[in-house]
Design a binder for this molecule. Structure first.
Ligand code: ZN
Length: 339
């Protein structure tokens, strides 16, 4: 990365912890756990994942890669590895998300999985100065009993680094109703306030962003890029001060609405006055990084360095970290005010 972009403090709010695992880290973890990974998920040179469309990526490739994660130390390693990569690109804060149900796939105790991520954060802070908190994510294709089970897991261990609730997965129109009650239960019983977010407005248009706003006490929207299609929704997002976690490269690679950066609405959203920030989403899978997204915003969308710094401030203000940490992070961007 050129020095110009490297020196801009960065913050990232939308990244899935298992999605940060690079092919080389996946192979190293699989080897130490004595697990075979199907080589078909890698390109011939082994440096990238090979996938054919979003569904193939989030099902076959993701599952094959994630099944090698079997211990608390694996979660410590992937968190530490990712945060160090971000710090090397000038990031000062990252707020990854984890799937509670993944511990059952991996055969790890939920608390052990969380404690692994916590140790990864503490070690990365000690070695690089970067800060992180994380959110827990419901899976759209697992409503009902499985969502209740996820809620039970989240409520079983309210670690102070867990700061928010999310839902992710392939959208269908107005599909959040099945998760309204589990969100409400966790928010009521967690023992302290959590931030609320949802992946919406990525594949499906504004109707799903409205659905999220109407059903849940939403603080942030994961993606939400298709909000640009509805001027009334843009007004509403601005009125409520909701930040959109925009992931340009992910959108182009994973969904069909935008075929290239030229057709992506990043700049239009910014110019419309909506609070946005930049994110990588699944950088291990896609081969991107938070630093790359800042460079792309500059090179492809014409953002100035001062505008990029403004996006970092948007992310910090919209983060679910405790107020004292947000103040300290904002200080590192040259401002002291949280609002
Ligand atoms: Zn995502």
């Amino acid at each position: 990365m050129n020095t110009d972009i490297r020196t801009i403090p960065k913050a990232e709010l939308h990244v899935h912890i298992e999605g940060t695992v690079t092919p080389s880290t996946a192979r190293a973890i699989a080897q130490r756990n004595g697990i075979e990974i199907n080589p078909d998920i890698f390109t011939d040179d082994g440096n990238s994942y090979r996938w054919n469309g979003f569904i193939d990526l989030v099902t076959r490739v993701y599952q094959e890669m994630a099944h090698c994660l079997r211990t608390s130390s694996d979660y410590e390693l992937i968190m530490y590895d990712y945060l160090c990569r971000c710090a090397a690109e000038g990031a000062i804060y990252v707020e990854p998300s984890g799937y509670p149900g993944q511990c059952l796939v991996s055969g790890i105790d939920y608390k052990e999985m969380i404690d692994g991520m916590v140790r990864g954060i503490d070690r990365a802070r000690a070695d690089t100065g970067i800060e992180a908190r994380f959110t827990m994510t419901f899976e759209r294709h697992r409503p009902g009993v499985e969502a209740e089970r996820d809620a039970d897991l989240i409520l079983s261990y309210p670690h102070p680094y867990i700061v928010g609730l999310d839902i992710a997965g392939g959208e269908r129109e107005e599909d959040l109703g099945a998760f309204e009650s589990v969100y409400k239960r966790v928010l009521k019983d967690f023992g302290r306030p959590l931030g609320v977010r949802a992946h919406v407005g990525e594949n499906i248009g504004p109707v799903n962003v409205w659905d999220a706003l109407n059903r849940l006490p939403i603080d942030r929207i994961g993606h939400g890029v298709r909000s640009i299609e509805d001027p009334a929704l843009i007004v509403e997002l601005k009125k409520r001060g909701i930040t959109l976690e925009v992931c340009p490269t992910s959108n182009i690679l994973a969904i069909s609405n935008y075929s290239d950066y030229k057709s992506h609405p990043l700049r239009k959203l910014y110019d419309a006055g909506v609070s946005i920030c930049l994110n990588s989403d699944d950088p291990g899978l896609f081969g991107n990084s938070i630093g790359m997204e800042y460079r792309i915003a500059k090179d492809e969308f014409g953002f100035t360095n001062s505008e990029l710094l403004g996006l970092t401030r948007n992310a910090i203000r919209a983060s679910f970290a405790e107020p004292s940490l947000k103040e300290s992070l904002l200080g590192k961007t040259g401002t002291k005010k949280t609002d």
